[in-house]
Write a protein that binds this ligand. Structure first.
Ligand SMILES: Nc1nc2c(ncn2[C@@H]2O[C@H](COP(=O)(O)OP(=O)(O)OP(=O)(O)O)[C@@H](O)[C@H]2O)c(=O)[nH]1
Length: 413
């Protein structure tokens, strides 16, 4: 039977070596580099731990046994840290520090003799369960919002299963049914637990590769739909959103409106302060504009310094109010840069679906925005009518501070 164990141990080490090589390849390819490096290191530690465990069958030294357990726990900690790194979660190193301290306090207390096998196994089960719990919890926390609880649990299923199996093991051991697994003189359990190691090595690594792939897919999807600078939806995603809102509005016989918003004299900001300040100005402006929007509105970056706001269930008059409020907020919140005040203003065009067909809606708002530009900038213009939106665009004037919805003369900063 000892020979069978040796063969199985060699097989486990081969599996772990293959996993290590694969993670190293991902590090080399710069795919989730830091997380892959942590997963690679964890697999190396498992190889060391397996070698020690293989040695312990010959000599049954408890020091080696404990060392193998502790190295395995450090490997699981690296898995857990890798998952947190992958999902950009806070590392919270004190969690691992606390766990390490407890491990180092508990292991020396247990007497190093064969009858303690039960306690060593129990201790290892409890600590490894804590680490599996960290991993499963982090995977669920990172994905729950996007794919729901059940699917996010499925993403980390080997770790969830490991918590369950360890739980059963702890309960059976605490209820003193019999010391299961890891008994030196019990050949059957000795070999069966080795098969369990193989399954764990394979499934844990597959689950983690799955996390890396899943994360990459999420990132690609995000880059396809979002603007990297402002984190707003891009033009393509905005068009998709527009079609969805239009279908919904038709079904419910409701109106909706769009704003096309363009920063004024933005080239001048870039030329005077540089592109980095220009980028800051764009981000600052987005934050300010967002103050005028509601939860259901959809603000998108549809051009370099051009934005669009989609407002479901909003008629032209209400959209005009929002646009005016937005214009005023931007004007009143200049960018502060190195103690200087960088004034920002926007020109806004408003159009509503009730007055324009979908295929012309954005053009109508865009033309109204250009009317605002030609009218002197820092103002809101409303597009009316279907056929000739540019001609029908009606300029409205900014409201006074206490009356956000009514007109006054355009303000310039
Ligand atoms: N910093 C920065 N600049 C950008 C970005 N995208 C576009 N721009 C710049 O925005 C400027 C737009 O210039 P124009 O189209 O002349 O517009 P403007 O100066 O705002 O003039 P008006 O629209 O007439 O008020 C150009 O200089 C672009 O290089 C960006 O992501 N970051």
């Amino acid at each position: 039977m000892v020979e069978a164990r040796e063969v199985i141990f060699s097989f486990i080490i081969m599996v772990l070596a293959t996993a290590s090589a694969s993670w190293l390849m991902l590090v080399y390819l710069r795919i989730a580099r830091r997380a892959s490096l942590l997963f690679f290191s964890a697999n190396l530690l498992f190889i060391v731990s397996c070698m020690l465990m293989a040695a312990r069958f010959g000599r049954s030294g408890f020091l080696i046994w404990n060392l193998a357990d502790i190295i395995t726990l450090v490997g699981f900690s690296l898995f857990s840290l890798g998952v947190r790194t992958l999902y950009h979660q806070p590392l919270r190193l004190y969690h691992y520090g606390l766990l390490a301290m407890t491990v180092l306090l508990v292991y020396p207390v247990i007497p190093g003799q064969l009858s303690s096998a039960y306690w060593f196994a129990l201790t290892f089960s409890v600590f490894s369960s804590a680490l599996f719990y960290f991993i499963a919890r982090d995977i669920v926390a990172a994905n729950r919002k996007r794919v729901g609880l059940v699917r996010s649990l499925l993403l980390g299923w080997p770790f969830v299963l490991a918590i369950g199996l360890n739980g059963i093991r702890v309960i059976t051991q605490l209820s003193n049914v019999r010391p299961v697994y890891f008994t030196h003189n019990d050949e059957i359990f000795g070999v069966s637990i080795l098969w369990f190691f193989i399954a764990a090595a394979v499934f844990f690594n597959i689950a983690l590769v799955g996390q890396v792939l899943w994360r990459m897919i999420q990132r690609i999807q995000y880059q396809a739909d979002y603007d990297g600078l402002t984190d707003l939806l891009n033009y393509r995603a905005f068009q998709r959103q527009l079609a969805l809102v239009d279908a919904d509005a038709k079904r419910r016989a409701q109106d909706f409106s769009v704003l096309v918003i363009d920063l004024d004299n933005f080239k001048q900001i870039n030329d005077s302060y540089g592109h980095l300040v220009g980028d800051e100005a764009l981000k600052h402006c987005v934050q300010t504009m967002a103050m005028a929007t509601r939860q259901q509105d959809c603000l998108a970056r549809t051009g370099g310094e051009e934005f669009s706001l989609l407002m479901p269930d909003t008629n032209l008059a209400s959209a005009h109010q929002v646009a005016e409020r937005m214009r005023r907020l931007v004007e009143e919140n200049p960018l502060r840069y190195q103690g200087k005040r960088v004034p920002l203003t926007v020109s806004i065009g408003v159009a509503s679906r009730a007055l324009s067909p979908l295929e012309h809606l954005i053009d109508c708002a865009d033309n109204a925005m250009y009317d605002a530009k030609h009218g002197g900038k820092n103002q809101v213009c409303v597009a009316r009518g279907r056929g000739a939106p540019a001609l029908a665009a009606v300029k409205t004037e900014p409201a006074p501070a206490d009356e956000p919805t009514r007109a006054a003369h355009p303000k310039r900063s």
